[in-house]
Write a protein that binds this ligand. Structure first.
Ligand SMILES: [Zn+2]
Length: 614
């Protein structure tokens, strides 16, 4: 990986100075949007002698699992650009090896897509919503070539294009300086509305929705507030190569998703802007994705630089790249005033409850969880997994680590040193130094780099090493209660004294009550021996005719009681003994601002108040 980085860097330098090679060109047309496909014509000119290898990506920047985008490609025709068919072998499912060409290979194909999200392709009569790896083939060896792409809207439709690609004199034609930039540049082609603002850099919002102009205006005002608060964390904006573009699809048929890119983001939310929850979901996603224009797009783990398009991408640092970004999401929403103390507390409390109570910490650290991205990130398996017991999302655990680190830094320095300072230190060292080529990061970081920055910012090497040993590479959780109490938040049991046997998903199946999700290690129901697919026949001698009946029996008990259950599995009945405990579920509540002590008020203000308009 390290060696490969060096080679790529050299190639970029060489390409800029010595050789002016013809760009790869693409033409994308949408003759029948109602059938969800596009026609793509790709021309690879000035090819060196020998076989040309043309392929569809297998993964997409920001998505770490394999998605095999070739699955929706069909009607592939390969010729020399003048109509003479060229012979092609298939070395693997995603790749075509073309021989006998005279220096030019043209590939024409159809690609199907019916998903409005951040990963795939969506073509319909309302738009073409294009994630480039799901749409365009590329050629090995031509990674440093510039590209030129023309989008042709469907006949009779007056659609425009939103993208971070570089504009040309033709409103439908764009350029990219290299493959890394091209593949990272999604496009929305539709009747969206533009909203713009300027903060030194130009910001554009392409909003594809069916709401009013007033909805769009209000949304743009809130996006600008988020951008300003996030800029205050890092002290300055990155130098965007082409301004920054938010592509936001708020439509009944959109999936709930967000995907970061270097100078743009995709935000898709099912619903409409006028619905307060859906509008807030879009803004929260904006808060997350825009934070990525620093953290992950420019502050980048070494293992993701360069991003591999033909393989899964594994890194042990997603607890930071995604998790810290997730921590800043409710924090920024609180600082803008879009979240009140209660909204903030419920977002943070949910993450703490998950991380503190999950059995998966028995098996893996946050670093280990990050390394699972290639098998969990949007991957869809047809066999069963035991993830309920063995996996915590690096988003959730990383957010909890971010909270623990922020509050620890604040507590030990009386708010003089914060996680904002840490992020800024990482930015200055690893993100801000530009690179020779767009889409390339010059100073990606390692785990040790993060530890070193923490040692610098805290002024305490031992604190930094200890924090990583325990909470990032170890499996402990910080003592959140006292840390949160300083800001006047109470972390407490949600249902004190209530009888509990563990999370249990029950469903009525043909008149019987069946456990339909795995039981969790360490919970009474799991310890009793019960697990997924078991039919619950009776509890304490009472027949269980419905899931509600079982829940009722548990609710009547006290911690310390014992239940006797009979289950049937694989054709045989078994007797189980369930030792009832107290519900360990946690909730986080804000103490009313008016009743905070002077110190608590100062702590909460320093943490949650706007850094733009203090
Ligand atoms: Zn993210």
């Amino acid at each position: 990986m390290q060696r490969f980085t060096t080679v790529v860097a050299l190639l970029f330098t060489g390409a800029a100075s010595a050789y002016a090679q013809a760009p790869v060109s693409y033409r994308v047309s949408i003759p029948e949007p109602q059938h969800h496909w596009m026609r793509v014509e790709a021309v690879f000119p000035d090819l060196p002698d020998g076989p040309a290898r043309v392929l569809m990506s297998r993964s997409s920047p920001g998505r770490y699992a394999i998605h095999e985008f070739v699955k929706n490609v069909y009607d592939v025709q390969i010729d020399d650009g003048d109509g003479r068919t060229l012979a092609a072998q298939r070395p693997d499912a995603s790749e075509w090896e073309v021989t006998g060409h005279g220096g030019v290979v043209r590939v024409r194909y159809k690609v199907f897509g019916d998903a409005t999200d951040g990963t795939y392709l969506g073509v319909d009569t309302s738009h073409a919503h294009i994630n480039i790896p799901a749409a365009l083939m590329w050629a090995r060896g031509l990674e440093t070539r510039p590209a030129r792409i023309t989008f042709e809207p469907p006949p009779g439709r007056d659609w425009k294009v939103a993208t971070q690609l570089h504009p040309t004199g033709d409103p439908n034609t764009f350029t990219a300086p290299n493959l890394a930039y091209l593949i990272d540049s999604p496009a929305e082609i539709s009747n969206f509305v533009w909203r713009n603002f300027t903060l030194g850099e130009p910001f554009r919002i392409a909003l594809h929705h069916d709401g009013s102009d007033r909805d769009a205006d209000r949304f743009a005002v809130d996006v600008e507030r988020i951008v300003k608060e996030e800029r205050a964390v890092f002290a300055d904006l990155p130098s965007y190569e082409n301004g920054y573009t938010f592509i936001v699809d708020l439509l009944p048929y959109a999936a709930f998703d967000g995907m970061e890119h270097r100078n743009s983001t995709i935000v898709t939310v099912p619903g409409a802007l006028r619905v307060p929850d859906q509008r807030m979901a879009a803004l929260t996603t904006v808060a997350h994705e825009f934070f990525h224009c620093w953290n992950v797009e420019r502050i980048r783990p070494k293992a993701l630089e360069p991003f591999r398009l033909d393989a899964p991408n594994m890194t042990g640092e997603l607890w930071f790249a995604e998790g810290f970004t997730s921590y800043f999401e409710p924090l920024i929403m609180a600082r803008t005033g879009l979240f009140g103390a209660m909204d903030f507390a419920s977002a943070v409390g949910a993450a703490l409850d998950t991380v503190i109570n999950s059995p998966a910490r028995r098996y893996r650290s946050a670093e280990d969880m990050s390394r699972m991205a290639p098998v969990v990130d949007g991957a869809d398996w047809s066999d069963r997994t035991n993830w309920d017991n063995t996996y915590i999302s690096y988003y959730t655990w990383g957010a909890a680590i971010g909270l623990g680190l922020d509050l620890s830094l604040r507590a030990r320095s009386d708010n003089a040193v914060t996680l904002d300072d840490f992020m800024r230190a990482v930015w200055r060292r690893h993100g801000q130094p530009g690179a020779a080529a767009e889409g390339v990061v010059a100073e990606p970081y390692s785990m040790q780099d993060l530890k070193d920055r923490l040692a610098e910012v805290s002024g305490d090497r031992k604190f930094a090493d200890d924090f990583f040993d325990r909470y990032v590479q170890g499996r402990q959780v910080a003592d959140y209660g006292p840390l949160l109490a300083r800001a006047g938040f109470i972390l407490r049991k949600r249902n004190p004294g209530r009888a509990w046997i563990g999370a249990l998903s029950l469903r009525s199946v043909r008149g019987t009550t069946v456990i339909v999700e795995p039981t969790l290690e360490g919970t009474p129901i799991h310890t009793s021996g019960a697990d997924r697919d078991d039919e619950v026949l009776s509890v304490d001698g009472e027949a269980i005719g419905s899931p509600e009946r079982f829940e009722e029996i548990v609710r009547r008990r006290k911690p310390g009681d014992t239940l006797r259950a009979v289950v049937r599995r694989r054709g045989f009945s078994e007797q189980l003994t369930i030792a009832v405990e107290e519900d360990p579920g946690l909730e986080l509540l804000p103490v009313d601002y008016g009743t905070l002590s002077v110190q608590q008020r100062a702590f909460r203000d320093a943490w949650l108040k706007s850094k733009v308009n203090p």
